[in-house]
Ligand binder design. Structure first.
Ligand SMILES: Cc1ncc(COP(=O)(O)O)c(C=O)c1O
Length: 373
């Protein structure tokens, strides 16, 4: 057993001289917003996920909100989504006055269970926001079929899944509108930022207007065709994104290797649940390494031991419907989504990034074994 403490953070971006060089280039150009780096980032990002159109925005949350606006989500509507996600995938519906409806998850993948989604549909349902949680692709075909059958909009929250593959093609290439995010714990970062990818030219044009205060294509600076937002990304961030895409393959390979090492190191811990493995149709892009503690283990004391030894950890993920503001607004409580609630009590994220050293991983897993007892 390794002893002592180390400082091992939960995540770390991979930035180097290339991003520095690109940022300096933008600064020297004097054009910091609405410049050429945004188009370039969008084109390269669209190519990376196999979608025809991309619109860069200020965050993943902004992208999800805009797709709800495009879908015409409004007061009186319901939007079905996953309780086991980051709050933004539910909040985007609330911003437009709709009510989030939580369908339960599949216990293996932790993504929305398509049967639960279908069972949650009512005459008020307007859209489904699926989430590719922890980078594992959701059941795109089934969800697209359900959406088509009931004339609903499907939005894929792929904020954690850049680089994932579904049925041998990049996630994003299946015809769905999808949102991607670049906070520094993500596969690539722009500091803050996001992209919406779409297969509709009309949606793409609308997104570009909505993110830019509703200005119309070709109109003047003070001509506003619709109610819009300032959800623009700037050229500095877009240039960082270009630098990040250049090393995307290396980042993804590093993350895959680190995940495989955790899986090997933890394979023999009794009762410990490890992230589900890929199958023929689903290939994960590693976002975080989330374990499920053995039944009966006290998660809070495990967290204390890890933290005392400098190992970063997080309770990924609390159920969205059990957050205090959700309970207060909608009266949600325990029992609404039993599978998500059960998973949520026992899951825990370990330090994870593309360049995590093997000896740090050994320290993390030794400490974890000791903490579980
Ligand atoms: C599943 C999911 N959806 C949405 C978001 C929101 O992205 P952002 O933080 O860029 O607004 C995140 C990122 O934290 C996320 O993990």
């Amino acid at each position: 057993m390794s002893t002592g403490t180390r400082q091992i953070g939960l995540s770390a971006p991979w930035l180097d001289e290339r991003e520095e060089e690109l940022v300096v280039e933008v600064l020297r150009s004097g054009r910091l917003s609405l410049g050429p780096w945004i188009d370039r980032f969008e084109e390269e990002f669209a190519a990376a996920v196999g979608a025809p159109y991309a619109a860069a925005v200020s965050s993943g949350t902004a992208g999800l909100h805009l797709l709800c606006v495009v879908a015409g989500v409004g007061p009186g509507d319901e939007v079905i989504t996953s309780p086991y996600s980051f709050v933004a995938s539910a909040n985007c519906a609330i911003y437009e006055g709709a009510v989030p409806v939580f369908a339960d998850i599949d216990p293996r993948t932790l993504n929305l269970d398509p049967a639960a989604v279908e069972a949650a549909i009512t005459p008020r349902t307007k859209a489904i926001v699926a989430v590719d949680i922890f980078g594992y692709p959701s059941e795109v075909d089934e969800l697209q079929a359900i959406a088509a059958r009931h004339r609903l909009t499907l939005i894929d929250d792929s904020c954690e899944a850049l680089g994932a593959r579904y049925k041998q093609r990049p996630l994003g290439a299946q015809g769905q509108d999808a949102v991607w995010a670049f906070y520094p714990n993500k596969q690539i970062t722009t500091g803050e930022g996001g992209v919406v990818t779409t297969w509709s030219e009309q949606t793409w044009k609308l997104l570009k207007s909505l993110r830019n205060q509703g200005r119309a294509d070709g109109g003047g600076w003070l001509d506003h065709a619709r109610l819009g937002f300032n959800y623009r990304i700037d050229d500095i961030r877009a240039a960082i994104g270009v630098g990040q895409l250049e090393k995307l393959d290396r980042i993804l390979a590093g993350r895959t290797e680190v995940a495989a090492r955790y899986t090997e190191l933890l394979a023999d811990v009794d009762g410990l649940g490890l992230p589900c493995s890929d199958d023929a149709d689903h290939q994960r892009s590693w976002f975080v390494y989330v374990i499920e503690l053995p039944e009966g283990a006290d998660r809070e004391s495990v967290i204390r031991v890890l933290e005392d030894r400098g190992v970063g950890t997080a309770r990924y993920l609390p159920c969205i419907h059990l957050q205090s503001y959700m309970r207060e607004r909608y009266g949600f409580g325990e029992g609404l989504c039993p599978i998500a609630e059960e998973k949520s009590k026992r899951t825990l994220a370990l330090p994870f990034h593309a360049r995590l050293a093997a000896e740090d991983q050994a320290f993390v897993t030794d400490t974890l074994r000791h903490a579980i007892g």
